[in-house]
Design a protein around this ligand. Structure first.
Ligand code: SF4
Length: 316
């Protein structure tokens, strides 16, 4: 029991919160392990200090968090942090992730959200009942945050306060005055390109326009270079069977575009099994990733832990 307790409790139960569009609070954006409360009924602080959250932490310390071993979110540092968890009190809020709604013009192949949904979390409610700590990293996701009325209102309000959030966007509306404001006021803009070529991008991000998104990224890079302080521009690629062949090339694209960082994710329903069925493809992709990393790794920050989790990267 002691050994399990040391390795399997998710630290996000102690230091993170994810707000869904219905106001419910979870440890993370996978809606796990279960809701701790609802910001319509209580403040986030009360919820994190409340009985339901304490009970989830107590259970995690005693039995582990069931989703821990297969988790595609936690970094290696967070996994290591599980060993130092003790007591059921909430720790300072390191991350507040907010999903205002699922509305989006695209229908990406790996996305199971309701793109036509008009349901949205009220930005005023979030400002009132989910106040972050001074050092909390706020991340706004969707749906498409630059499309949804409430996330745009929230973004404007918190940037006015001087808080610099991270947004995850499909990049289509990262243009005009809104795009400039976001580049000026956010800490990070993560753009879900999900491919290194037009054909794959438009096949995965169904409904997107490669030219428009790449044009917006080029403009954002140009603006950023004129500013003393601006958002870090991060290229995001969620791996699916349709884009796996561009995993290494994606690093080169982000470097060529002048972005600051590369992040990978993967579709847990399809990618591990696709790689497991085809050891030859796995070996080829791993070689390509290693070569791309050798060429790009000293020029651009590359978050590699999720590639390691699916066998596409190893330290040697
Ligand atoms: S282990 Fe992963 S999926 Fe489970 S609650 Fe923690 S971050 Fe979420």
């Amino acid at each position: 029991m002691e050994e399990r307790r040391r390795v399997n409790a998710c630290p996000r139960l102690w230091n993170s919160a994810f707000l869904d569009r219905d106001g419910k609070v979870y440890a993370c954006c996978h809606y796990l392990p279960q809701a701790m409360g609802d910001i319509h009924d209580a403040s986030l602080e009360q919820i994190r200090d409340g009985a339901a959250a304490s009970e989830l932490r107590r259970a995690a310390l005693s039995f582990g968090t069931a989703c821990f071993d297969s988790c595609s979110i936690l970094t290696d540092d967070e996994r290591d942090a599980a060993a130092s968890l003790d007591g059921t009190d909430a720790r300072p809020l390191e991350r507040l992730h907010v999903l205002f709604g699922e509305g989006c013009r695209l229908a990406c192949v790996m996305c199971n959200q309701d793109h036509h949904s008009a349901e949205m979390l009220d930005s005023e409610l979030v400002l009132r009942n989910a106040t972050p700590d001074a050092d909390t990293a706020i991340e706004i996701q969707g749906g498409e945050p630059l499309q949804l009325r409430e996330s745009r209102k929230y973004l404007a309000a918190i940037m006015k306060k001087g808080w610099a959030p991270t947004i995850i966007t499909n990049g289509l509306q990262l243009d005009g005055p809104l795009g400039d404001e976001v580049v000026r006021g956010c800490a990070r803009v993560k753009i879900s390109l999900n491919a290194a070529t037009r054909a794959t991008h438009e096949a995965v991000n169904r409904g997107s326009s490669w030219d428009r998104v790449i044009g917006n990224i080029r403009n954002a890079v140009k603006l950023k270079r004129t500013l003393p302080r601006a958002a870090r521009l991060v290229g995001r690629m969620t791996l699916v069977p349709q884009n796996l062949h561009e995993t290494g090339a994606f690093m080169r694209l982000c470097l060529d575009l002048g972005m600051d960082a590369v992040e990978y994710g993967y579709d847990a329903r399809t990618v591990p099994s696709a790689l497991g069925r085809d050891p030859e493809m796995l070996r080829k992709l791993k070689d390509e990733v290693r070569a791309a990393h050798a060429d790009c790794g000293s020029h651009i920050s590359i978050q590699i832990h999720r590639l390691a989790a699916i066998g596409l990267w190893s330290a040697e």
